[in-house]
Design a binder for this molecule. Structure first.
Ligand code: PNS
Length: 162
């Protein structure tokens, strides 16, 4: 039984994230999408909003669960008895930081291994930051995020601009 965690900030979830969730969920028995709730960065969306958007867009994926976590990822892995961390790699620029995180996590908890998935070519340019940037300038984000959450992002950005 392989239980994996796909961790991230998901501020907001993009089509690139959803693509990794769909593909990773086919390779493991259970995939937990772990939404980070650490104090450091100030996200646009609250933790409840991010979890709720992820739950909505992963509704049809029966072996996918969405949970929030705070603190260290390896502690969350211990609590949930997950042994694999899944991360998407978009470009070589992601690699250095991702390798450092994977190695640190493995040092902190040798039970945990990170598996990288190459992002689909269609989404290799995409990030939550880019989505927010386009949305703040009233650009069309329909190519970037699941259709079900387009309205929520537009409303959030509108409220933030008021
Ligand atoms: O979507 P992101 O912001 O690239 O995800 C980063 C995330 C959540 C995977 C990473 O910041 C994380 O795991 N944070 C929890 C604290 C931790 O365990 N840090 C790793 C030690 S190197």
């Amino acid at each position: 039984m392989i239980r994996a965690i796909y961790p991230g900030s998901f501020d907001p979830v993009t089509l690139g994230h959803l693509d990794i969730i769909q593909r990773a969920s086919r390779s493991v028995d259970e995939l937990i999408v772990g939404v980070l709730n650490n104090g450091g960065k100030t996200p646009l969306f609250t933790i409840d909003e991010r979890v709720s958007m992820l739950k909505e867009v992963t509704e049809g994926l029966l072996n996918v669960k969405v949970l929030s976590f705070s603190g260290l990822l390896v502690d969350f892995a211990r609590q949930t008895e997950a042994t694999v961390v899944v991360r998407g790699l978009r470009a070589i620029s992601d690699f250095e930081y991702e390798l450092q995180m994977a190695q640190t996590n493995h040092k902190l908890n040798p039970q945990v291994d990170t598996m990288f998935m190459a992002t689909s070519l269609d989404y290799s340019y995409l990030s939550s930051t880019i989505v927010k940037e386009v949305a703040f300038f009233q650009g069309d984000i329909r190519e970037f995020v699941p259709e079900a959450i387009v309205g929520r992002i537009q409303e959030k950005v509108k409220a933030a601009l008021q």
